[in-house]
Ligand binder design. Structure first.
Ligand code: NAD
Length: 437
């Protein structure tokens, strides 16, 4: 099938390349010329494991190209809209400027029977509104909503082998046409047994925000338990292991630490609350305010724990932060807890050096006031405290004896509870985890 992908960021670039790998002819469009130049040259404009190889393979097949010209999509039968929906400045609600612009830029180029498939995460009601305006401007086209559940760091495999597909479609023959077009796009995965759920627009939009809210709640739940463990001397990692053995609860997403961040969970739960308010259902989501508050409290808690480890003052202290990305295997620093903590420490008088295998370029753009050092050993040299805030494998595998030879003070705060406390303590370190005695 001939497909266009509008918006080639973390979601769209991977989606475009994956669709080409599945055998479709794909044209990717983005308004960011720098991104398009990179993609045209076969380079991934951001770090995502497996994406360079996927881009190379897809471009070599001749089935994948990129442009900044929307007119190039006129021959496509199906269009995926993958543009950003960030948090509105100074508000909780989602900024739909980019989605609205993508739909109106696309409208003049829609061929007879074209299907426009939204993949961006949007407030419930958006697809219906866009479909209503498209029904006037391009009555021959159909809108569907097909939310995306990929995880950065696993985006390639998640796109090629998702857990499920959700299609939000209108009633009647237009809905049937959208379902059969999407079935054709995803035929390989569907044949492999991936389930698909066909629903109305509102349900499809809510599936995405509900899933993110559930995950955020699970993380904040265990972080709240970490607060209680800290107050009572219990160990939250053992607590999580024990409650996670109950299969109704499960162990995944029960890792206490510095909390969640990134370009999705924080802004999605806030947009969800804002939308619930508009719908007069704000009471249903007041618990998400607490989920958000618990999450943000983790960041200040890490600052306070660091101060306590440094004898009560941060002023003039040399601190090394391991990790800048919001999660490992990504260079995404949007709302990164690691950078948020690093910036707070710096503001309170510490000299903070941040290191990360992939995310330093993005981090330096957001927080130019911090010191960045690519080389882990150089970053650790003379540190008076080390904070592990993004759980990259290479930090998990650090040798406490070797690191002990370069730092000034053997003090480590494990903000992700991934190190073995006994090994670090035996090597002479003061080890502090989150919610662990
Ligand atoms: P992103 O900022 O990385 O990418 C968005 C891209 O859209 C940018 O490259 C931007 O230049 C482009 N763009 C904006 N307006 C445009 C227009 N009118 N025409 C063409 N291009 C335009 O964002 P992202 O992380 O890829 O997220 C995109 C959407 O997908 C968001 O709604 C997000 O919530 C959702 N989502 C993201 C992920 C993820 O892990 N990143 C997962 C699931 C869902």
């Amino acid at each position: 099938m001939r497909i266009s992908v509008i918006g080639c960021g973390y979601l769209g670039a991977v989606h475009a390349a994956a669709m080409a790998k599945l055998g479709h002819d794909v044209i990717g469009v983005d308004s960011d010329l720098r991104k398009i130049e990179e993609l045209q040259a076969g380079r991934a404009p951001f770090f995502e494991p497996g994406l360079p190889e996927l881009l190379e393979e897809a471009q070599a097949s001749g089935r994948l190209s990129f442009t900044s010209e929307m007119s190039a999509v006129s021959t496509a039968a199906l269009h995926f809209v993958c543009v950003g929906t960030p948090q509105r400045r100074g508000e909780n609600a989602a900024d739909l400027t980019y989605v609205n612009a993508a739909f109106s830029d696309l409208t003049p180029y829609l061929s007879e029977g074209a299907i426009v498939v939204g993949k961006s995460t949007v407030p419930v009601g958006t697809a219906g509104r866009l479909a209503a305006s498209l029904a006037e401007a391009a009555p021959h086209a159909t809108v569907a909503w097909n939310p995306e559940f990929l995880r950065e760091g696993h985006a390639v495999s998640d796109t090629l082998n998702p857990d499920r597909f959700v299609y939000g479609v209108p009633a009647g023959h237009q809905g049937l046409a959208a379902v059969s077009a999407l079935d054709e796009v995803y035929s390989a995965s569907l044949a492999g047994g991936t389930p698909r759920v066909v629903v109305d627009y509102a349900t499809a939009e809510l599936v995405k925000t509900a899933a993110n809210s559930f995950l955020a709640t699970k993380i904040s739940f265990i972080n709240a338990m970490a607060e209680l463990c800290e107050a009572s001397g219990a160990d939250v990692t053992l607590l999580a292991d024990a409650i996670g053995m109950d299969e109704r609860i499960g162990r995944k997403f029960l890792n206490a630490g510095v909390g969640f961040g990134g370009g999705c969970l924080p802004k999605d739960i806030r947009a969800f609350m804002a939308r619930a308010g508009e719908l007069g259902a704000d009471q249903a989501l007041t618990f998400l305010r607490e989920v958000d508050a618990i999450n943000m409290r983790r960041r200040s808690r890490v600052v306070e724990l660091t101060r306590a480890l440094l004898d009560g003052t941060l002023i003039g202290k040399r601190i090394t932060v391991l990790g800048a990305a919001f999660k490992p295997e990504s260079d995404d620093v949007r709302d990164s807890p690691a950078l948020s903590v690093a910036a707070q420490l710096q503001l309170q008088g510490a000299t903070v050096t941040v290191t990360d295998p992939q995310a330093l370029k993005n981090a330096a753009q957001r927080f130019p006031e911090l010191v960045f050092e690519q080389d882990t050993e150089l970053a650790l040299t003379n540190a008076e405290a080390v904070l592990l805030l993004t759980e990259w494998r290479e930090y998990r595998d650090l040798d406490p004896i070797a690191v002990g030879g370069v730092v000034k003070e053997k003090v480590i705060l494990d903000g992700r509870n991934i190190l073995q406390p006994t090994i670090w303590r035996e090597a002479g370190w003061t080890y502090k985890g989150i919610g662990r005695p």
